[in-house]
Design a protein around this ligand. Structure first.
Ligand SMILES: C[S@@+](CC[C@H](N)C(=O)[O-])C[C@H]1O[C@@H](n2cnc3c(N)ncnc32)[C@H](O)[C@@H]1O
Length: 244
């Protein structure tokens, strides 16, 4: 996969590109990431990329010409182009999966008050990472690139995805590592038992519990298995008996 990020602040991506799993994925040629500096495409001698909004008001608006010329410089018939915008479709794991087979993903980062609205007509979609306002699209594009890259084949062990939050419609179960006891708190016995079936069942139940307590909305359209139904009933009884 090739990811092109159009930004006014390419230096923000240095840490992202050079660290951990993303750096390894680049080294293993699973992905290439390039940052295109929109400012390199200005035609004006002062390198302006933004101007005041028509109709008045505060803030500056990024102009069509540098953004669209920057886009033109990298866009091919394989490209899917998304603009980071608070008004866009909210990004989630399903959307991340839908990008996995895209050959060339182009992410355009807005800044200041945002982009001239005419740029919207030139892209495949708008993506938001949540209901809050960021200073610019750079962090949002890193989040999207990160979520997609770790799903590319061979970037992390395939099995690791199976139980991850949102992959099967549930939040993940809790993890523990050494020592067995820390500050009087013990790792659940079942995890030390070596009994694979009991561990599987425990993890499924804790996944359900986590989701039921923290994100019940995820369960609203779930088609439960018989086992899940039974475990969820147990969870509800446990919660009731604790008086929570
Ligand atoms: C300060 S924001 C502009 C906010 C805009 N005036 C509004 O009210 O929606 C500058 C840029 O940050 C990015 N941005 C801000 N919030 C975002 C979000 N929740 N998701 C994705 N990108 C966001 C967008 O690229 C946006 O153009």
């Amino acid at each position: 996969m090739r990811i092109s990020i159009l930004t006014l602040f390419p230096e923000m991506f240095d840490g992202f590109i050079n660290t951990s799993i993303i750096a390894r994925a680049i080294k293993q040629e699973k992905v290439t990431i390039e940052c295109i500096n929109i400012r390199d495409f200005t035609l004006d001698k002062h390198n302006h990329v933004d101007d005041t909004p028509f109709g008045g008001g505060r803030g500056m608006v990024m102009m069509c010409q540098p953004v669209l010329d920057a886009l033109q410089s990298v866009r091919t018939s394989d490209s899917k182009v998304y603009l980071l915008a608070a008004a866009g479709e909210t990004f989630n794991q399903k959307k991340a999966r839908s990008f996995v087979n895209v050959k060339h993903l182009i992410l355009i980062c807005g800044h200041y008050e945002g982009l001239d609205a005419r740029i919207y007509d030139e892209v495949d979609g708008l993506i938001s990472i949540g209901d809050y306002i960021l200073t610019g699209g750079e962090l949002a594009s890193m989040i999207i690139a990160d979520a997609v890259i770790r799903l590319l084949e061979g970037v992390i062990v395939e099995e690791s995805h199976l139980d991850e939050s949102f992959e099967n419609g549930l939040l993940e179960y809790p993890h523990y590592t050494k020592p067995v006891e820390y500050n009087g708190k013990k790792v659940p016995d079942v995890l030390l038992s070596g009994h694979h079936e009991n561990i599987r069942k425990y993890r499924l139940k804790e996944s359900l519990r986590n989701t039921y307590i923290n994100r019940p909305d995820l369960l609203s359209n779930r088609e439960y298995t018989k086992e899940e139904y039974k475990l969820l009933d147990e969870i509800k009884d446990e919660i009731k008996s604790k008086g929570e």
